[in-house]
Ligand binder design. Structure first.
Ligand code: MLT
Length: 258
């Protein structure tokens, strides 16, 4: 399906996939900084931001095909660097597994390779039903928000916390439910990590409570050519909470691919 997107800057292509239930504006600090050196493309995944929100489940594999469709529509045949945060990381991993030739580098941020536990997928289904019953993203947002940010961000970046809260609430209920069910059904990709051949940056907020540094470390150890960077003073939205440190790590990684 057709995705809304930003496409800015010259040079080699870097694609950034946002988390749930956010949109492409979460990359504001990356598009400005990386955009002077790279062509940064940030789509809104299905149901999020300005992209249409169909009814039904949003399988991660379908979200991955949406991104491939966008690359094809933009006639981007060269291998890209693909980055994804959390749900965007699930989508990035699906692309790395299904379309390895489209990549020359991978950035997995505040995400995990494993599938949901039975309890976690049941919890998502219950949440999807509440979201549908209330016709609003609110139940999902209030479940997530308290665990999203580092203590530092909560104390010092009330502006970011408020902005993220407001953007999450804008996501239509059917998209929140569709993405929750899609994430619940995603496969375990742990066994695929050893086959990722491209250089990979695994980036994680030191205080990420949702996808903690221990999981990021295990993921980096399982990918043959991966490096792990922990971002201080950041939780689950590291590139937004500490853009200076995150951008330094990302730029260093991109330079190493040149
Ligand atoms: C996200 O930030 O995209 C979500 O935490 C992903 C998830 O719920 O698994």
């Amino acid at each position: 399906m057709l995705l809304a997107y930003d496409d800015e800057g010259p040079g080699r292509v870097v694609v950034l996939l946002h988390g749930f239930p956010l949109d492409r504006t979460m990359w504001e600090y990356q598009t400005t900084t990386l955009g002077s050196l790279y062509r940064v493309i940030a789509p809104d995944l299905r149901g999020h931001g300005e992209t249409a929100a169909p009814e039904g489940i949003y399988p991660i594999e379908d979200m991955a095909e949406d991104v491939i469709e966008l690359l094809d529509a933009l006639k981007i045949a060269e291998p890209i660097v693909l980055g994804g945060l959390s749900m965007g990381g699930y989508v990035a991993l699906a692309i790395a597994v299904k379309h390895p030739k489209r990549l020359r580098g991978l950035m997995l941020m505040d995400t995990r390779a494993g599938a949901d536990s039975f309890e976690a997928s049941q919890g998502r289904e219950a949440l999807a039903r509440r979201v549908e019953a209330e016709g609003s993203a609110e139940p999902a947002v209030s479940a997530m928000l308290p665990r999203l940010f580092s203590e530092w961000s909560r104390q010092n970046r009330a502006d970011i916390v408020a902005r993220v809260h407001e953007r999450m609430l804008r996501t239509p209920a059917r998209a929140v439910a569709g993405a929750l069910r899609g994430m619940a059904a995603r496969p375990d990709r742990t066994g695929d990590l050893g086959r990722i051949a491209v250089p990979t940056l695994v980036l994680v907020g030191a205080d990420d409570a949702l996808t903690p540094p221990s999981e990021a470390k295990a993921m980096a150890e399982a990918i043959p050519n991966a490096r792990l960077v922990e971002i201080p003073d950041a939780g689950h939205l590291a590139p937004l909470e500490n853009p200076t440190a995150a951008n330094a790590a990302i730029l260093k990684f991109l330079e190493s691919l040149a």
